[in-house]
Design a protein around this ligand. Structure first.
Ligand code: FES
Ligand SMILES: [Fe+2]
Length: 308
């Protein structure tokens, strides 16, 4: 087929993802004094905490003269604009205009634009529009037998949905992760598997693969994966080895914009108490760097819904 330059303009409109929760920061990145600037789906946001510690995600914008609130500070539980010192409370109401203390305070109708924000799993989540689905459920988080390690965020100059597609793809292991997740000289055929749906999302049945360096212990394993997709950009796997060993990965691919994403991982393992965090991160960083090179190379950059 003759290429007419059209394929990068077709496919999924990434703004379809605005009605869902996205990870925008680690919880400890926003303290009581300093706001933090982040970007989600092309929108610049400011994250800040009010006097009760509650997190807020607003457009990074003060409607007085358009300055960025993220350059300001938090005082007495209110956010102060860096330009003329106007202050806004947790409801977005203007509480102080230092140059005109005797005048009535302006309505905040066109001054402040608020989005939804919440904290869970030591992460800050935001949604640009009312979320259509609840926050993803990650049961191992509350299970003390699983050690949790944060990895990333990994920045891909690629589309977030492409990175989720990659995360769910077991047939790339021997080629992209040679001698770790597969043997490039003897790539295994994948057996058929089922996909089913429940209230949490989509789930696969078990997918079995041999892996020369299957987890952070650096040992060969016969791994049985089950994958889940909780949201278009939130996916999960449990990798079972032996009778009881479990290696889980909770992945959130945040679309910074259409062409760039940040991948936030929480690894949960119930083995290897003697493994150092460094060793765990070594393998995570290596695998996601190998994936990054491929995902960034994919065309069209936007994941088309119709793959023909
Ligand atoms: S621009 Fe924010 S107070 Fe003037
Ligand atoms: Fe991979």
């Amino acid at each position: 087929m003759l290429y007419n330059g059209d394929w990068d303009r077709t496919g999924l409109d990434y703004l379809a993802l605005k009605n869902q929760w996205h990870v925008v920061a680690r919880a400890d990145e926003v303290d009581a004094e300093r706001p933090k600037a982040v970007k989600l789906l092309g929108e610049e946001l400011v994250l800040w905490r009010d006097g009760t510690g509650k997190i807020h995600a607003w457009k990074d914008y003060c409607g007085h003269r358009g300055a960025r609130l993220s350059l300001g500070c938090v005082k007495d539980g209110e956010i102060e604009c860096p330009y003329h010192g106007w202050r806004f409370d947790a409801d977005g109401d203007c509480t102080r205009v230092p140059a005109h203390p005797d005048r009535a305070l302006p309505s905040s109708a066109y001054l402040i634009f608020r989005h939804q924000a919440v904290e869970r799993y030591d992460l800050i989540w935001a949604s640009l529009a009312p979320p259509e689905r609840p926050l993803p459920v990650f049961p191992e988080w509350d299970d003390g037998s699983f050690r949790k390690v944060f990895a990333g965020p990994y920045r891909y100059r690629g589309n977030a949905l492409r990175s989720v597609e990659n995360f769910l793809d077991a047939s790339h292991f021997p080629f992209v992760h040679p001698n770790l997740n597969g043997n490039p000289d003897a790539p295994e055929p994948l057996a058929d598997y089922e996909v089913f749906r429940d209230e949490r999302g989509l789930h696969s049945s078990e997918i079995s693969v041999y892996q020369p360096y299957g987890d952070h212990r650096g040992i060969p394993v016969n791994a049985r994966y089950t994958y889940s997709v909780f949201n278009p950009t939130t996916a999960f796997f449990v990798k079972k080895t032996g009778e009881t060993d479990r290696f889980c990965t909770f992945l959130n691919a945040t679309p910074v914009d259409e062409a760039e994403c940040l991948i936030w991982l929480i690894v949960a393992i119930n083995f290897g108490a003697d493994l150092t965090e460094e060793r765990i991160l070594y393998r995570q960083d290596k695998v996601f760097e190998q994936d990054r090179l491929i995902v960034e190379s994919q065309r069209p950059a936007r994941l088309p819904l119709d793959l023909r």
